[in-house]
Design a protein around this ligand. Structure first.
Ligand SMILES: NC(=O)c1ccc[n+]([C@@H]2O[C@H](COP(=O)([O-])OP(=O)(O)OC[C@H]3O[C@@H](n4cnc5c(N)ncnc54)[C@H](O)[C@@H]3O)[C@@H](O)[C@H]2O)c1
Length: 365
């Protein structure tokens, strides 16, 4: 059933062990501190990763810790650095991450965007050369929680798992786009890759020794494959729209490269001179400049009712709005724990051991 989340098929495995989010938070923070981070930066990174697990996006959760450790060792992440504003022109701000943690740099970009949007009614904040910023939707969501409309165009350099439409070689990344709209209740949040699936979900399947669904991957010869290992041997992830309509995902990914890579100078794909980084362009609007909040909020409520009041297809219980599946998964995982597959757990335990962090202090299996 297409409306059932694909990742859920991979992740809600009854045989997996589950951990309380508080334990994983402490473990992730202690590992990040052992990598050289001050406590505040470590908490920011740990909270972001575990919140992604809670939301059901395990591809952007604690599975990333071994990758982050490699980036620290390679000098791609400077665990004590802070980002810097390098251009400041009213609502237009450019920040340079200076290899600080992506989550730390992106939070700083959000804070400046909120401040400028409240003053000018609009903000356009670029963040260049950030190490992996994680689950991109978190950033527009924070702005929408403050009553602002926010969109994030994100691209990647140093990685290219998606081929231009019709090609067989990766030239673009999975370039995510996220938009959040405030409401009287929870914001509505769209947070999507411009590829069929995020790369991390393929990695999770590989760690778990599972195949991936048909329609996610092509091998290095451009043939469909369900073996996650093929991606890491020259294969590609299909753009959003898959084998039939992937030209649309390719177009979106290309636009993300233009806005978050070309415009702000953060680099794109595997072009010469690129390093592992995310670029992000945050575009923020104060909706109250369009009229009274009560008026547009009422129109929004009417619209939401109109959308929800749709007859459903067989096997579908109800119409959900973007952002709702993640909120429900969060409630479920706060109550019942976060499942972690054995492959991911072994990698984290090995990293903790190498850093002298005692896993049993936080977590018992
Ligand atoms: N930092 C990076 O470089 C990077 C790169 C790629 C992806 N990502 C992140 O990976 C994450 C996963 O992206 P994805 O595209 O694989 O996620 P996905 O395919 O699960 O799609 C998520 C979006 O679809 C909505 N959605 C899901 N089921 C729905 C339903 N039944 N009804 C209504 N809406 C529904 C969700 O609320 C969300 O907005 C995102 O958080 C993204 O930001 C980050």
């Amino acid at each position: 059933m297409i409306f059932k989340s694909l990742q859920a098929n991979i992740l809600r495995d009854k045989n997996m062990k589950s951990f309380p989010n508080t334990s994983l938070r402490q473990l992730a923070q202690r590992i990040t501190q052992a990598l050289g981070s001050p406590e505040q930066h470590a908490r920011e990174v740990a909270d972001h990763l575990v919140d992604a697990n809670l939301a059901g996006h395990d591809s952007h959760g604690i599975v990333r810790l071994p990758q982050y450790a490699r980036h620290v060792a390679d000098g791609d992440i400077d665990p004590i650095a802070d980002p810097l504003v390098v251009r400041d022109d009213g609502p237009f701000v450019l920040m340079e991450a200076r290899r600080s943690w992506g989550q730390v740099a992106a939070r700083a970009a959000v804070e400046i965007a909120a401040q400028r949007a409240r003053g000018d009614g609009f903000a356009c904040v670029g963040l260049a050369h950030a190490p992996h910023i994680g689950r991109v939707g978190v950033y527009p969501l924070r702005l929408a929680e403050q009553g602002l409309i926010a969109q994030a165009w994100c691209n990647c350099s140093g990685a290219a798992r998606v081929a231009p439409w019709g090609g067989t070689t990766g030239k673009l990344a999975t370039n995510p786009i996220a938009l959040a709209f405030p409401s009287r209740g929870e914001p509505i949040l769209m947070d999507i890759t411009t590829s069929v699936v995020a790369e991390g979900k393929v990695r999770i399947a590989k760690n778990a020794g599972k195949s991936v669904p048909d329609g996610w991957l092509l091998d290095k010869l451009g043939q469909p494959t369900t073996h996650p290992a093929d991606l890491y041997e020259g294969g590609t992830i299909l753009p959003l729209g898959g084998t039939a309509f992937g030209h649309k995902g390719f177009a979106l990914a290309l636009m993300a490269d233009l806005l978050a890579g070309v415009l702000i100078g953060s680099g794109c794909g595997l072009m010469p001179g690129t390093r592992n980084a995310n670029g992000m362009l945050l575009i923020v609007i104060d909706p109250d400049r369009w009229g009274q909040r009560e008026e547009w909020a009422t129109r929004l409520d009417e619209y939401v009712n109109y959308i929800r009041n749709t007859p459903t297809r067989p096997g579908v219980d109800e119409i959900l709005l973007p952002g709702e599946p993640e909120r429900r998964t969060t409630q479920d995982r706060i109550a019942n724990g976060i499942p972690v597959d054995d492959g991911t757990w072994e990698q984290i335990a090995e990293l903790a051991d190498r850093l002298g962090v005692d896993v049993t202090d936080d977590v018992t299996r």
